[in-house]
Design a binder for this molecule. Structure first.
Ligand code: FES
Length: 174
């Protein structure tokens, strides 16, 4: 089923927010990667067709933004801030614990497709260091392995419960 068939009403609503159709390229790419799990070549071409854009324009946008994924990622993308204030407060220990618990290293995805781990720079919430965002939801003050265990278990439960997740972070503020 095509993106338009699956999410036609939502796509129309997104496009209606902008004076020019082409300005909807980012929200449509976020929607597409949520539908397909990542931005496949076909998904990007679909977005280009919907917006009457040359596919190369869409490929360029997808290649520029770090929150657009051109390779498969997990249902939860865990982005740990490793910038200086977080590093002083235990970011490396946090990353090490996640790696150990999930059996992956940074930029890898668990075999069950549940989690991808990434490093990112300042998330602008340094007073709650160390922290991570999971599909752009903030999880703060993660100073102990027990907190990591609780967080990973809670995220796994949410995914398994059938909750609608967005690797693009489209539900992060709801
Ligand atoms: S340095 Fe980590 S949130 Fe700012």
């Amino acid at each position: 089923m095509s993106l338009l068939e699956k999410s036609g009403a939502e796509i129309d609503a997104i496009i209606a927010r902008y004076p020019q159709k082409r300005s909807a390229v980012l929200p449509l790419l976020y929607l597409a990667q949520d539908e397909y799990g990542y931005l496949t070549d076909a998904a990007m071409r679909e977005v280009a067709t919907i917006l009457d854009l040359p596919p190369t324009d869409v490929f360029e946008v997808a290649g520029f933004y770090s929150l657009l994924y051109e390779q498969p990622v997990g249902r939860w993308v865990l982005q740990v801030c490793d910038d200086v204030p977080c590093a002083f407060c235990g970011a490396e220990e946090l990353i090490a614990t996640i790696q150990e618990r999930l059996g992956i290293t940074v930029d890898q995805t668990t075999a069950d497709g549940m989690f991808t781990l990434q490093r990112v720079k300042c998330l602008a919430d340094c007073n709650h260091a160390p922290l991570l965002q999971a599909n752009l939801e903030y999880h703060r003050d993660l100073t102990t392995p027990q907190q990591v265990d609780q967080l990973l278990a809670a995220l796994r439960r949410r995914a398994e419960s059938g909750e609608k997740l967005s690797i693009s972070g489209r539900y992060a503020e709801q």
